[in-house]
Design a binder for this molecule. Structure first.
Ligand code: IMP
Length: 195
C-alpha cells in the first residue's frame, strides 16, 4: 500500500533503483530527474550527516515538499576510516569509480587488515522537521576486483556473511546486506508510524 510520495535528492540512478527496489509499492520515490530538477548539489562538508542534510534542505527549499537524501562513505579500518566522506572524490574531482578503486587497492597493498564498512546517513525532511537515519554494512576489501554490477566500490567489497562482492550480486541480493537498505527501512518504518 502506498504511504506517501517523496522526492529523493540524488542524481545517482543506481541509488534510485536500489531504493525503489527496497520500498516497493510502500513509497513513491521521485528522482530529481522525474521531478524536473536539474541541479548538482554540492557535498562540501566533512561528515556524511552534514552532506545529507545539505542535499535535502536544498531540495526542500527549492520545492517546498517533503524529501530525503542520503550520503554514503566507505570506511576502511586500516586507513583510519578513509575514504569515508571523501569516497566519491578519493582519487580526484573526476569522481571516477575505477580510479577510486585503483587508489584504494594501492593504499591497502601492505595491509593484512582488510576490514571495512559502508555507512549511509539518510536525511528526511518531513513536515518541516529533519530526521536522520543510519545504516551500516560491515565487510572486507578484496585484493582485486570481481564483478561488474552495481557502482562505486562494489567490485572490491564483500559484505559479512557473503563470499562474493556486491558487484557479483543482483540488486536484490545486495539489498539483503546493504547499508542503504538498512537506513531506508528505518525511514519507511518512521513514515508508517507518523502517517
Ligand atoms: P555519495 O557521495 O553518497 O554519492 O557516495 C560516495 C561514493 O561512495 C560514491 O561515489 C561511490 O563511489 C561510493 N558508494 C556509495 N554507495 C555505494 C555502494 O552502495 N556501493 C559501492 N560504492 C558506494
Amino acid at each position: 500500500m502506498l504511504i506517501t510520495e517523496l522526492i529523493f535528492a540524488t542524481n545517482n540512478v543506481n541509488k534510485v533503483a536500489e531504493i525503489k527496489a527496497v520500498v516497493g509499492t510502500q513509497l513513491e520515490v521521485i528522482s530529481l530527474k522525474d521531478a524536473g530538477i536539474d541541479i548538482d548539489i554540492a557535498e562540501p562538508h566533512d561528515t556524511l550527516e552534514a552532506n545529507a542534510s545539505e542535499k535535502s534542505f536544498v531540495i526542500h527549499t527549492l520545492t517546498g515538499k517533503n524529501c530525503f537524501s542520503e550520503d554514503t562513505g566507505l570506511e576502511v579500518a586500516a586507513l583510519n576510516g578513509a575514504p569515508g566522506v571523501k569516497s566519491a572524490r578519493y582519487a580526484g574531482d573526476g569522481r571516477n569509480f575505477q580510479a577510486n578503486i585503483d587508489l584504494l587497492l594501492k593504499n591497502l597493498e601492505n595491509h593484512t587488515n582488510r576490514s571495512a564498512q559502508f555507512r549511509t546517513v539518510v536525511s528526511l525532511i518531513w513536515d518541516e522537521k529533519e530526521y536522520l537515519f543510519e545504516g551500516i554494512c560491515k565487510g572486507h576489501i578484496l585484493q582485486q576486483q570481481s564483478g561488474a554490477n552495481g557502482f562505486g566500490y562494489d567490485p572490491v567489497f564483500v559484505p559479512e556473511g557473503a563470499t562474493k562482492t556486491f558487484a557479483v550480486m543482483s540488486m536484490e541480493e545486495k539489498n539483503q546486506y546493504s547499508h542503504r537498505k538498512k537506513a531506508i527501512s528505518q525511514l519507511v518504518a518512521f513514515l508508517q508510524q507518523h502517517l
